[in-house]
Design a protein around this ligand. Sequence first.
Ligand SMILES: [Zn+2]
Length: 274
Amino acid sequence: MTRITRTSLYQQCPHPLEENAQLPTASIAPAQLDTTSSSISYVTKPTKHTIPASHGYAAPLKAGTSFRLIDLHGQQVIDMSAFVLPFPGANFNTNTDTDSLGTISSAEHLSPSYTRFHLSGQPISIGERIHTNMDRPLLRLTHDTVHVHDMTFMSCFPRLYESHGYPPGTHRSCASNMLEAFAPWGMKYLSETRDPFNVFQNTPAYALKPIGSSRAGDYVQFEVLIDCMVGWSCCPFDLDGFNGGCVTDVQVLMGLDPGEGRENEEIVRECVEV
Ligand SMILES: [Zn+2]
């Protein structure tokens, strides 16, 4: 894949701010709350989806499969959240009520803090795992062309943009992207979003650096260890030179064999588009 220089990114932004301004719509799909049965349509075959700049996406993924996140144009951060499926009910939390159905607000989820604990505060390396808030390994990092990611910062959120002078409702955010992506699974409120794992985010020593870590074609790949709904947000933060000063599309490949290690082009060709 052609590498795009940082200079050319600034000069040829295909997504000027005006195109990113629209917020997730208020008309949210009906809640798909039957997450306790085998009715969940997991992605199990090689599948690809391009996440448009500044938008989000979520998909139910099966343990034993892998997914790959590709930065198509360079310097683009991707926030990642995940909730274990089916959503465990009260029985999971108390060991008493075996019939109680869970919701996304009570669901076991990806936890940067538990992961930091297991990694002794060090950056994640190949073979290491992201944990849940119930202390179970959820995802295993199997491939990584960048090796720079963040587990300390929250998602960007609507009030952050208001503090930068944007009127309410005029700039997308990772938090609202997650709400939009998880809405079909019962998420209703921004307060139900969780701290993300920020793929390709450059934060050495907790300092947020505007120069992104990834180049066009860079990717990271995880093996799914527990059935879960994973959501990604192509970070819309286009201020102060972050995300290359120009938010760009990213791509997710799902339903991959965990042993998949070929370069992007060949795998992308074989994936069905959704
Ligand atoms: Zn963001």
